[in-house]
Design a protein around this ligand. Sequence first.
Ligand SMILES: Nc1nc2c(c(=O)[nH]1)N[C@H]1C(S)=C(S)[C@@H](COP(=O)(O)OP(=O)(O)OC[C@H]3O[C@@H](n4cnc5c(=O)[nH]c(N)nc54)[C@H](O)[C@@H]3O)O[C@H]1N2
Ligand SMILES: Nc1nc2c(c(=O)[nH]1)N[C@H]1C(S)=C(S)[C@@H](COP(=O)(O)OP(=O)(O)OC[C@H]3O[C@@H](n4cnc5c(=O)[nH]c(N)nc54)[C@H](O)[C@@H]3O)O[C@H]1N2
Ligand code: SF4
Ligand SMILES: [Mo]
Length: 723
Amino acid sequence: MTKTFTRRDFLKLSGAAAAAYAVGQFIPPLVARAARDNGLIDQNGDGYIPTMCEMCVWRCGVLAKVKDGKVVKLEGNPEHPNSRGKLCARGQSGLMNTYDPDRVLTPLIRVGKRGEGKFRQASWDEALGVVASKMLDIKQKYGPETMLFSSTHNISQPVFENILYGFGSPNYGTQRSLCFNAMIVANLMTYGMEEPGRDYSQIKYLILTGRNLTEAISTSETSALMDIIAQGAKVVTIDPRFTKTASKSTEWLPIKPGTDSAFHLAMINVIITENLYNKNFVDTYTSGFDKLAASINNYTPDWAEKITGIPAATIARIAHEFCAAGPSALAHNGWRTSNFLNSFQTQRAITILNALVGNWGVTLHPAAGEGAGALGSIPQPAYPRVTAPRLDGVPWKYPFVPLKLGIFQEMRDGALKGDPYEAHGWLISRQNPVLDLPDRAKTLELFGKLDFIATIDIIMNDTSWFSDVVLPEASYLERYDPLNLVGDKVFLRQPVIEPQGDAKSALWIFKELGNRLGIGDYFQYADEKDYINQQLKPLGVNVDQIAMHGYAALPAGEAKSELQWSTPSGKIEIFSTTLQKGGFAAVPEWQEPPQPTEDEFYLISGKVGQQTQMGTQNNKLLHKYEDSPRIWMHPDAASKRGIRDWDLVAVTSQAGNITVPVWVTPSIRPDCVYMTPGYGHLSKGLRTGYGVGASDSVLHVTYTDPVSGSQALTQTLVTVKKA
Ligand SMILES: Nc1nc2c(c(=O)[nH]1)N[C@H]1C(S)=C(S)[C@@H](COP(=O)(O)OP(=O)(O)OC[C@H]3O[C@@H](n4cnc5c(=O)[nH]c(N)nc54)[C@H](O)[C@@H]3O)O[C@H]1N2
Ligand SMILES: Nc1nc2c(c(=O)[nH]1)N[C@H]1C(S)=C(S)[C@@H](COP(=O)(O)OP(=O)(O)OC[C@H]3O[C@@H](n4cnc5c(=O)[nH]c(N)nc54)[C@H](O)[C@@H]3O)O[C@H]1N2
Ligand code: SF4
Ligand SMILES: [Mo]
């Protein structure tokens, strides 16, 4: 983490800058303008400009040190609540996101065979013209629904959505079903909200089920976890791997994958049969407790011990400790909860455990109101009505998957099978489906069938590599984006250097493409600053006025009632009538996952602190030899197969096979192997990342949970043999 940069330092610095703001000759015009208007840099053009990180979705506050028209250092902005003056390793390495020698800096049009990597440079006018005419061609010949669109969470995403909904396609793939569908749908069914907020300051007892907070970072939550550990809170980590979070916990339970719901059901059994629950809370604020009580008799700790590998006495003890902490306890419902087809049951059991200790209003709260209503919106017409069914089967095959979440892997499979119709084109923005979807061969097969693929990215990622047109976005240090809401403030991303080459902001790209598609009415802003000024209008400030500190405060929102839930009964639904109507288990139940044979392992995927998803492996500052990804294997499993540390092994699943070196380590159960995702790039346009490691997406079999639409990432079984 970086040195602490105090608010005083910042004010001192900006005061000094304001005193002498003549603009030096090296300063690019965009930044020079900001400097002139706001006094952010001194006469040599040097200074700190506040903006936001985009090395991951937390968008911590950054103070970018600019010298001679170049960014030379990124510091945390102490005024930002997520980072509070700190940046993680990825945030610190953000310079290389901008200065990566493999950046795509002009629009590219494919000249060789698809996937051969031969492109020619083109002007924006030509490239956008090609994209628009191909898309309109597809619309005219086959219908707008045969164009696929996809993008992963980012702040210009609502503007991207104007392209697809304005164009008239219902087929939109986001990361959500690969990430948190099981958690969100379970929360909706139980609490009537997507994700409650957590108040760490109140937590004395925390159960983390497959939530690796110290590596799979959520800045504010990760530091809050460290704070409560320092203050003596008990933390129980349930994970088949000894993660860094496990190492910081009071207790690590190396559970057998896919059996978490058995563990939680047994906790519920103990809590109910021994009357440990908060009767007053349960009677007043929940519905269906009796039906739960009648359903858990068989789920004893002895029963769960055989399934989970966790001793019955440990399960019973944890149930007791959890209830003893009362409302100061929290069972965390995780984030990437897409592990098994039964993960939805795990999620429901977790929501119910929280209800049983009555922690609502103490450690759990309604999510803070986003305050979005306080910002101005950009006018736009209503979207055209779409009658075509969605390729992902939502809602016609998957009635409980919210339309907004969708099922990305099913959209791909529907398009590939032509069920209910074939797809012809794909427009991708800020996403890497070649690596993020399970079963890479299938994704590439679909790529092979499509008439047209275009990608908007900053580098030649694997998806760009297989595209017909690549449109280069300016990096996050080179552009404006729509405002980002965090708590009671809106934060500004502003360019700290001029875009390199011909790269452009997403706001510019989407508007220009929209105009060429004949849907310009969805993009009623003159330029990026005008977009932000329209957002800021109700606050009575403009972008130049907030540039100095990089944020604006929002008026206080209405306080939300703590004890209200938007469920059919208005209570926390332990028994879900909605699930019952859909023919699904209305109280959580045990559903047995597939078992590995003697020969097989569960394949575990999981984040590491120094990389983000599938997108940062080409960053030279993050790429180190010791990070060279190996597959983890327990010493017992290795010696049984005559495998030693660093041996190359062939890993095979029903979907594919790869070769990787082994790390023999007791940090994993003997029936599991683990791989870091995001390696094994196919694009030779990534000169640092290419040739490093292998991709677990080659091995993942596509399994979709029928209730939530989650892809079950740990459900894939593999064999491992010496290569
Ligand atoms: N540094 C960094 N931080 C990130 C990200 C990143 O890419 N890099 N990505 C962000 C995103 S998008 C997300 S979704 C979150 C993910 O946050 P998490 O969900 O916490 O992270 P993961 O590493 O995906 O998975 C967590 C753990 O689940 C374990 N696991 C797998 N199968 C099972 C099982 O059956 N039972 C149990 N109990 N555990 C199991 C894995 O061993 C792994 O340690 O992280 C966010 N933060
Ligand atoms: N095997 C395996 N698969 C997984 C997971 C796993 O743990 N293991 N995790 C799942 C989860 S939780 C998630 S959230 C998804 C994430 O997977 P994706 O949704 O694909 O997210 P990223 O890998 O972050 O890809 C983002 C792309 O954005 C590009 N990019 C970066 N900055 C910019 C920018 O400023 N502008 C533009 N236009 N592009 C930019 C990067 O180059 C990268 O190609 O993967 C899922 N798939
Ligand atoms: S957590 Fe790290 S990578 Fe993510 S926004 Fe914050 S500093 Fe950047
Ligand atoms: Mo995610």
